[in-house]
Design a binder for this molecule. Structure first.
Ligand SMILES: NC(=O)c1ccc[n+]([C@@H]2O[C@H](COP(=O)([O-])OP(=O)(O)OC[C@H]3O[C@@H](n4cnc5c(N)ncnc54)[C@H](O)[C@@H]3O)[C@@H](O)[C@H]2O)c1
Length: 385
């Protein structure tokens, strides 16, 4: 006998099956959001079956093709039409940075929940307006800071809370990729001033999100930005690069700890090297996103001859790994972080405890990033408001 299973599970309070998703922008991150919405109810038994209601791309034909590939019911080339679609309850914004503010504000004003990719917006004023819109709407608005969702980072947070390495004295964080390392890599929206400072808000926001969630906000920063290539191929000609592919910052924390962030979009050989090293009074912790199913832990106790880093491999003992696969060491992937993030957003909507970077916290990240940019311009330490 065939049985209908849809709706048979107990769901997050206040969210019913067929909760509608609208997705704006179906490029790299758009596909990650689409996969997350498709799979969240299969991974988390308390999540509703999401209705993939509408997809928007800049070109109508592309929109139709992507909607069909990702299982969305309707497509449009007009993001305002997607936002006013009554079947849409939550809007995923995975369009270029310069569009985040107008799209997020319009969605919140229309009474929709928002999952917007990082960074918030190129300017602090826009990020502030987004936060004000979220506050006024009473809706849930979060940002795509997926790395805080990793079982490894949750394990690092637990180790710090338990005092495993003692008081953190200093840290170093890097985010390196090489997708713009080739001087002949084509000009894209990422090199436009309208996208922001460049590597600083493309990349540095990620390590900053980890520092904020693990250690708190920096009180003062000193920054430096570099442009390794002045222009890039664009159509038949060349176009001047309008922002910076490399950024470095020193951070002073309120509790006396200090650290450094360096990020680069031109680091040959590095593909997604978000590395964080935390040094404490009794040991050290090392995490690298390129090997994000493991955490290096060094505890300075016992006989010196036996001391050394232990590599702890993630498994069901490191939630939410067990939601994906029951076997240790079989490894999670990037898209699964997005499924966890979608679930945390649904938890937040349902009024349950949730681990998210909401617009308020996102604004704190933006304040630190803009302070770094200001320091770079003025050549001095700048306080983070
Ligand atoms: N969280 C992460 O780890 C992560 C990783 C990469 C990118 N991002 C962020 O995701 C966002 C998108 O980046 P991406 O790498 O997917 O870029 P992308 O260029 O691959 O995709 C952006 C898509 O938006 C579409 N688009 C542009 N204008 C539009 C409009 N007016 N209406 C509808 N669609 C429109 C483009 O056609 C494109 O398909 C950026 O803000 C980026 O910073 C986050």
């Amino acid at each position: 006998m065939l049985m209908r299973c849809v709706g048979a599970r107990s769901r997050q309070e206040g969210i019913v099956d067929a909760f509608g998703v609208g997705l704006i922008g179906a490029g790299f991150m758009g596909k990650c959001h689409a996969l997350a919405w498709t799979n969240v109810s299969a991974v988390f038994a308390d999540a509703p079956n999401m209705r993939r209601a509408a997809l928007c791309e800049i070109d109508e034909i592309v929109a139709r093709r992507r909607a069909s590939e990702f299982g969305f019911e309707t497509s449009t080339a007009d993001w305002r039409a997607l936002i006013s679609n009554p079947a849409v309850d939550v809007v995923s914004i995975t369009a270029p940075n310069a569009l985040h503010a107008p799209m997020a504000i319009a969605a919140l004003e229309a009474g929709k929940h928002v999952w917007c990719e990082k960074p918030m917006a190129p300017s602090l004023a826009e990020a502030e307006r987004m936060t004000a819109a979220a506050r006024a709407s009473g809706k849930v608005a979060i940002l795509g800071y997926n790395y805080i969702q990793s079982p490894a980072i949750r394990y690092v947070a637990k180790l710090l809370k338990e005092g495993a390495i003692g008081r953190v004295t200093h840290f170093r964080a890097e985010m390196d990729e090489d997708y713009m390392a080739d001087a002949e890599a084509p000009f894209s929206w990422r090199s436009e001033a309208s996208a922001g400072y460049g590597a600083l808000d493309d990349f540095a926001v990620h390590p900053m999100s980890l520092i904020l969630s693990l250690l708190g906000s920096p009180s003062e920063v000193f920054g430096e930005m570099r442009k390794p290539y002045a222009c890039r191929p664009d159509g038949g000609g060349r176009r001047a690069v309008e922002n910076f592919d490399i950024a470095t910052a020193l951070l002073r924390m309120g509790d006396g700890a200090g650290g450094a962030i360096q990020v680069s979009r031109c680091a040959w050989g590095r593909k997604s090297r978000l590395q964080v090293q935390l040094f404490g009074a009794r040991g050290a912790i090392v995490f690298d996103q390129e090997r994000f199913n493991e955490v290096g832990v060094y505890i300075a106790d016992g006989p010196v001859e036996h001391q050394g880093f232990r590599q702890v491999l993630m498994g069901p003992a490191h939630p939410p790994y067990e939601r994906f696969i029951i076997a240790p060491g079989h490894q999670m992937g990037f898209n699964e972080l997005k499924i966890v993030e979608a679930h945390e957003l649904l938890n937040r909507i349902a009024g349950r405890p949730a681990l998210t970077v909401d617009f308020e916290t996102g604004l704190a990240i933006e304040r630190a990033i803009h302070a770094i940019a200001r320091s770079c311009k003025e050549g001095r330490w700048v306080s983070v408001p």
